[in-house]
Design a protein around this ligand. Sequence first.
Ligand code: ZN
Length: 132
Amino acid sequence: MKIFATEYLLIDLESEKWHCRRCNHDLGSARENYKFGLLVHERDPREIHAPILDEAYEFTFAPDPDWVRIIEYYCPECGTMMEVEYLPPGHPLTRDIHLDIDALKLQWATREELKAPILGPDTVWERKHHHH
Ligand SMILES: [Zn+2]
């Protein structure tokens, strides 16, 4: 069974793997950081945030690349951008999703696989108790 984790990520509970929601590419163990399975591009922040002021000024509106980099993450199969974060140069990749896979397996053992994510107040629990 595959469950929706984010707009771009699925988890296959049998194989315990992350998958791309767009192309189903295997992105590695769901017990590890999904970012390890993605392509990483370190971008100079001046490419995204224009300086606006000219070079006569020591400081502009562009972030200083000595202090911050824009880290972009892409699916290695279909190229979908999955995440972007701002980090100091040399900072390790952050881990923003750390799920208890064993608890998820228990939780979904009695549920049916969803065809599409459920958003808002219509949770899986609500559906189970009000519509069946
Ligand atoms: Zn993909």
